[in-house]
Design a protein around this ligand. Structure first.
Ligand code: BES
Ligand code: MN
Ligand code: ZN
Length: 518
C-alpha cells in the first residue's frame, strides 16, 4: 500500500508544472512524437557519382569541371533539346544518365540579388528532392555561395508532421551535400551563422504551428527554455500572473483572465556586446478567440498562431545567441490566451497598465495591443533599451493593405525605419512603411479613460493599432512596430516557406540587430 502511494507521488511529480494532465476538463494532448528526420546538410569538394545530382545553372552553360566527360555530353544534349536557359525558377529533370538516379538542372540566372536567388534555389531543391530516397549532391556554387544555398535548403525542407500517425510519408534523411572548392570556408560560414538562423526560424515555425492545446503561455515558456538550454550569455526571466498583478500590469492580466491558462511575461536577455540592449517585444497570444467580442468561426483555428510575433523574437535571439553575435538584445514574449468565460474581461471595462495609464477596452478582440502596452512599459522601465521593436500579428487590416508580400512597418524614427527596411531587403523579408498621423491618436481618444483600444469603424486599422502601441512607448525611446498579420501564415508553399507558419521576422530581426546603430 505504502509503495503504491509512493509510486503515485512520484508519478505526479514527474508531470511538469505546465502539463494539462490532471486538471479536470483539460482534455488529452496528441502524442508528441518528434517530427520526421530531415536531410542533414554537409559540404564536400567532390560530388558523388551516383544518387541525385543537382546542378545550379545561371544560363544554358554547364559549370566547368563538375561532370565526367560522358555525363557532360549527355546533359548538354538534354539542355539543347529542352531549350533550357537556366533562368531563375526554370528546372529540368533528367533520369538514366550515368550512375545517377536523377540529375536536376536548377535555374537561378537573371537579375536581382544573387544571395536571394541562391537561397531560393536551395529551398526549391530541398522541396524537389524531398521524396528521393538517395543522397543529394549540389554542384555549381562558388565557395562563398554555399552558405546561402544551405540556408535556403534548411528553410525549404521544413516540415511539421509530428502528429501524423497514419499515412506519414517521411522525407528522406540521406544527406544533401553542397560541393565547393573551399570546403572549410563554406562550412565555417554556415556554422558561424546560417545554421543558427535556420534553427531560430524552425523554432518560430514550430511554436506557431503547434495547436493551442499544446502551446499556451506556460508551455511556450517551457519549450523556449528547452531551446535555449546550454546557450551561452543568456538569462531568462519569467513573470507569472501573481507577479504581474503585484506590478500593476492590468492589460496582460486582463487579456489572460478569461482563460484557464494563466498569462506570462518572458524576457530572454542575451549579452554578447556592449551598451543598452535592443528590445524585441512580441505579441504572444497563444489563442485569440476574440474573447467576449468573439470571432466568427471561419478561419478561427489560425488564431493558434497569434503568438507568431513573440515566437519571432525568441527565434531571432536564439539565432543571435547561438552564433555568438556581438550584440545585446532582449526577446520579450507577452503571453496570454484570449478566451471568453465567466471571468473574461468585457467590452467597456477599464484597465490600467504597468505605468498607471488607463484604457477603455472597447473590443476584447483588440487584445494584442493591450498585452504589448504592459510589455513595452515594463521593458522600458526595467531595461532602458536603446531601441524597441514590436512585432505582432496585430490587425487583419495590414493583410488587406500589403498581402503576403510585405509586413507593415510603423515608426516615429526615420533612421530606425530605414535600418529595418534595409535589414528586410538583405534578409529577404520585406517591409513597407505605413503612416502614423496625429489624427489617428484623436480617433483613439476615450470618453472616460486615457485611450480606447479600438475605434468603431476606424478605417486605417493597422495605423490605429500602431498608434495605440506607440502611446505606451516613451517618446525618447527609438521605437518601431512590425505588423505581421499578413505574412506570418503562408496559404501556399513558396521556395523558402512550405505552406503554414512562415516564421516571418526571425531573419529581418537577426539582420537588424547585428547592424543596428544609433
Ligand atoms: N489576431 C488578430 C489579427 C489577425 C487577423 C491576425 C487575421 C492574423 C490574421 C487581432 O487580435 C485582431 O483581432 N484584430 C482586430 C482588431 C480590431 C478588433 C480593432 C482586427 O484586425 O479585426
Ligand atoms: Mn484579436
Ligand atoms: Zn490577436
Amino acid at each position: 500500500m505504502r509503495r503504491h502511494l509512493l509510486a503515485l507521488i512520484l508519478a505526479t511529480a514527474a508531470i511538469p508544472a505546465f502539463a494539462q494532465s490532471g486538471s479536470a476538463g483539460w482534455g488529452v494532448e496528441p502524442s508528441t512524437v518528434a517530427n520526421s528526420q530531415s536531410r542533414p546538410i554537409s559540404f564536400a569538394s567532390r560530388a558523388a557519382d551516383d544518387g541525385v545530382l543537382v546542378i545550379l545553372m545561371r544560363d544554358a552553360n554547364l559549370p566547368d569541371g563538375v561532370l565526367s566527360a560522358a555525363t557532360e555530353a549527355n546533359v548538354k544534349a538534354a539542355i539543347a533539346n529542352a531549350r533550357f536557359d537556366g533562368q531563375d525558377g526554370s528546372k529540368l529533370t533528367l533520369r538514366g544518365i550515368g550512375r545517377h538516379a536523377r540529375i536536376d538542372l536548377v535555374g537561378m540566372g537573371g537579375e536581382g540579388d544573387v544571395t536571394d536567388r541562391l537561397r531560393r534555389a536551395g529551398g526549391r531543391i530541398a522541396q524537389d528532392v524531398r521524396d528521393e530516397a538517395h543522397a543529394v549532391s549540389i554542384v555549381g556554387a562558388a565557395s562563398d555561395e554555399a552558405a546561402a544555398i544551405a540556408l535556403g535548403y534548411s528553410l525549404g525542407q521544413y516540415r511539421f508532421d509530428r502528429y501524423k500517425t497514419v499515412g506519414k510519408s517521411a522525407p528522406s534523411a540521406q544527406p544533401a551535400t553542397i560541393v565547393v572548392a573551399d570546403v572549410r570556408r563554406a562550412e565555417a560560414e554556415w556554422k558561424s551563422r546560417g545554421a543558427a538562423l535556420a534553427e531560430g526560424v524552425t523554432l518560430t515555425r514550430d511554436l506557431s504551428t503547434e495547436p493551442a492545446n499544446v502551446i499556451y503561455p506556460e508551455s511556450f515558456v517551457a519549450r523556449v527554455r528547452e531551446a535555449f538550454a546550454g546557450v551561452q550569455g543568456v538569462k531568462i526571466d519569467v513573470l507569472d500572473e501573481a507577479a504581474m498583478r503585484r506590478l500593476g500590469m492590468g492589460t496582460l492580466t486582463g487579456v489572460g483572465q478569461g482563460s484557464r491558462r494563466p498569462p506570462r511575461l518572458m524576457v530572454i536577455d542575451y549579452r554578447g556586446g556592449s551598451g543598452a540592449p535592443v528590445a524585441l517585444v512580441g505579441k504572444g497570444i497563444t489563442f485569440d478567440s476574440g474573447g467576449i467580442s468573439i470571432k466568427p468561426n471561419a478561419g478561427m483555428w489560425e488564431m493558434k498562431s497569434d503568438m507568431a510575433g513573440a515566437a519571432a523574437t525568441v527565434g531571432a535571439v536564439l539565432s543571435l545567441a547561438k552564433s555568438h553575435a556581438n550584440v545585446n538584445v532582449l526577446a520579450v514574449a507577452a503571453l496570454a490566451e484570449n478566451m471568453p468565460g465567466g471571468n473574461a474581461q468585457r467590452p467597456g471595462d477599464v484597465v490600467r497598465t504597468f505605468s498607471g495609464k488607463t484604457i477603455e477596452v472597447m473590443n476584447t478582440d483588440a487584445e494584442g495591443r493591450l498585452v504589448l502596452a504592459d510589455a513595452n512599459e515594463y521593458v522600458i522601465a526595467n531595461f532602458r533599451p536603446a531601441a524597441l521593436v514590436n512585432i505582432a500579428t496585430l490587425t487583419g487590416a495590414v493583410g488587406n493593405a500589403l498581402g503576403y508580400e510585405y509586413a507593415g512597418l510603423f515608426s516615429r524614427d526615420d533612421a530606425l525605419a530605414a535600418q529595418l527596411s534595409t535589414a528586410g531587403k538583405v534578409a529577404g523579408e520585406d517591409v513597407w512603411r505605413l503612416p502614423l498621423h496625429p489624427n489617428h491618436a484623436k480617433t483613439m481618444k476615450s470618453d472616460i479613460a486615457d485611450i480606447k483600444n479600438s475605434a468603431e469603424g476606424g478605417k486605417p486599422g493597422a495605423s490605429l493599432g500602431a498608434t495605440f502601441i506607440g502611446f505606451f512607448v516613451d517618446p525618447a525611446t527609438p521605437w518601431a512596430h512590425l505588423d505581421i498579420a499578413g505574412v506570418n501564415w503562408a496559404d501556399s508553399s513558396d521556395d523558402l516557406t512550405p505552406k503554414g507558419a512562415s516564421g516571418w521576422g526571425v531573419r529581418i530581426l537577426d539582420e537588424f540587430v547585428r547592424n543596428w546603430k544609433r
